[in-house]
Design a protein around this ligand. Sequence first.
Ligand code: SR1
Ligand code: MG
Length: 424
Amino acid sequence: MSRPAGDYPAQIARSTNDTRPAEATGPMSAYRPFTASTLIAYLATLPSVKSRLGGEAIDWTAREVSDGNLNTVFIVSGLSGSVCCKQSLPYVRVDPAWAMPLERTLFEARWMQAVSPAIGHQIPELYHLDEGLFLIVMENLATHHVLRHALITGIAPAGFAARIGEFVGHAGYATSWRALPFEDVHAIRDLFSRNLALTRITVDLVLTDPYRSECSRNRWISPDLDDLVTALQEDGTLHSAVERLQERFLANSQSLLHGDLHTGSVMISGDDVRIIDGEFALYGPIGFDLGMFLANLVMNAYAQPEHEDWMRDEIALFWSSFRHAYLERWETGTGRGDMGSLTGSAASAAERKRFLQQVMHDSAGFAGLELVRRTIGFAQVADYEAARDRESEIEARRRALITGRSLIQKAFQIDTIEALLEHI
Ligand code: SR1
Ligand code: MG
């Protein structure tokens, strides 16, 4: 098959040996974790950032807005603009005793470069990467809110999930074996296969820890949840079902995933929806991103039952938007991939149905894992704190564990979005 040159970003397709993003192969700065004031001094050395901020360093202000578990984040404002700066720490920000390699920012920048041709403005613009400092300078989404907080406070606009489903469909298709010759898929996959530290976090925190009684990272409201936790940790049949999902996650390189697509990885301002925090990116089954995201909508509905109808609608919209976006690209026949080289846009309806069913099975199973791990694992969700009172919170958490368990066990029988919604 001939491969048209230059129609996929060279900095991604070329990257067989180098984890460093293409524009960042110049001299390396020595790593030091920034404070607000040392960051300003550093940014003043970058002409493009300086002109974006306007004025001189003396005119700028920086404030730390770190919110996630891993990194520090600063907003720096000048006379004419602002930027967002994200830096890796050599440990987990919320647990400094947990050492963590710094490379995650490089993988996040790589992810931004890899998906941006397919999804346009649905991620922040990347302005600068310093690979020695493990620092990204990017667009400050000044008017946006983190979706999780916008859901908890009820200010998210109805229909927000459409843009996120569309993002997963477009990014998932663009990095698939249908869209790209296998040589290109291997090059991108090889790069992200080196994202070992964060993939290890997912393997442990999502796919393993909650089912092990001896894991000290788990925590739950005791004794109220003890019966459900014990059942999760002592049921060999359930563990076999988890193992099938471990196999899907580890041994199925379908597309480049975001890898941590929860409602804290989305920022929203009206109908402008941006996906952030691609540091967990890796090749895997598309249903991992879909399932993780929809599970976070389910937990919001359980914690805030007045959102139930709304979240049900968003989940249906999320799936239909994903489906539409992926199929639209598949059916327009622009794919250059070796997979589908015989049928292309004329793939049969039966083949499309088979593909979507498999993605739905994965989505259901990974949603189940996400419900469980966010309820009893290391990294839980703030939505539960929005429950009316302690009794309601316990009820919400019990529902999540029961639904999670059921989705894990029945994932491979859940063929449609209607069947999924019945379960939750
Ligand atoms: C140690 S990191 C814990 C969690 O935070 C991230 O956002 C991921 O969800 C990860 O599992
Ligand atoms: Mg994150």
